[in-house]
Design a protein around this ligand. Structure first.
Ligand SMILES: Cc1cc2nc3c(=O)[nH]c(=O)nc-3n(C[C@H](O)[C@H](O)[C@H](O)COP(=O)(O)OP(=O)(O)OC[C@H]3O[C@@H](n4cnc5c(N)ncnc54)[C@H](O)[C@@H]3O)c2cc1C
Length: 174
């Protein structure tokens, strides 16, 4: 059984940012990810789609420039595209960014567990890893205290009740 203060399931932008911040605050943190670090955004969503759209845009610009001469730019021949190489280039970007997330997690002392998590209660999950099942239990009482002592760098909000005073969140009876 792995015991940790903060247990994060999912290494996408939601999960890795939370885990890195918890680690930076000095909280013992475990992040569980079944696939590659980065989630939908880095692995198959935002980043790869923008990379491919960028390559398609370059190709289209070149195609339009064939015997065109607008802005004085002319290509003698139509461009060609090797989609395998385009995909390799895109994968290189994804690998670099996913690796970068791993580095940031390591720097924040977050333990990464590869596998699929299934919760048995609000704080405990079983993670199916390549080497078998691992039980992880998270739970901290001092998360609020840590946040309170540091405050938010962006908002300056220090205590959970400030959220209620400022109308930014729900409190008891809100
Ligand atoms: C084609 C495409 C383009 C997009 N473009 C943009 C864009 O330009 N800008 C933008 O803001 N958003 C974009 N998005 C949306 C963006 O990808 C999501 O909003 C974002 O990834 C959500 O982050 P998340 O951490 O909540 O979830 P995800 O990124 O989906 O991460 C969840 C992670 O949790 C893991 N996981 C889930 N369940 C378990 C489990 N039980 N055990 C272990 N691991 C688990 C998954 O493997 C996954 O890695 C795009 C999405 C797509 C599909």
């Amino acid at each position: 059984m792995i015991r940790t203060k903060v247990l994060v399931v999912g290494g996408g932008p939601g999960g890795y940012v939370a885990a890195i911040r918890a680690g930076q605050l000095g909280l013992d943190t475990v992040l569980v990810e079944a696939d590659r670090l980065g989630g939908t955004c880095l692995i198959r969503g935002c980043i790869p789609s923008k990379a491919l759209i960028h390559a398609a845009g370059k190709f289209d610009d070149m195609r339009r420039a064939v015997c065109d001469g607008i802005m004085g730019i002319t290509l003698r021949e139509a461009p060609s595209i090797d989609l395998n190489r385009t995909m390799l280039w895109k994968e290189g970007i994804v690998d670099r960014l996913s690796g970068g997330v791993g580095v940031l997690l390591r720097k924040a002392n977050v333990r990464v567990l590869e596998g699929w998590a299934t919760f048995s209660d609000a704080k405990t999950c079983t993670v199916r890893t390549s080497e078998g099942e691992e039980m992880v239990r998270g739970g901290t009482r001092d998360l609020g205290e840590r946040l309170e002592s540091r405050g938010s760098p962006r908002t300056g909000i220090r205590r959970p009740r400030d959220l209620v005073h400022r109308g930014l969140g729900a409190g008891p009876g809100a």
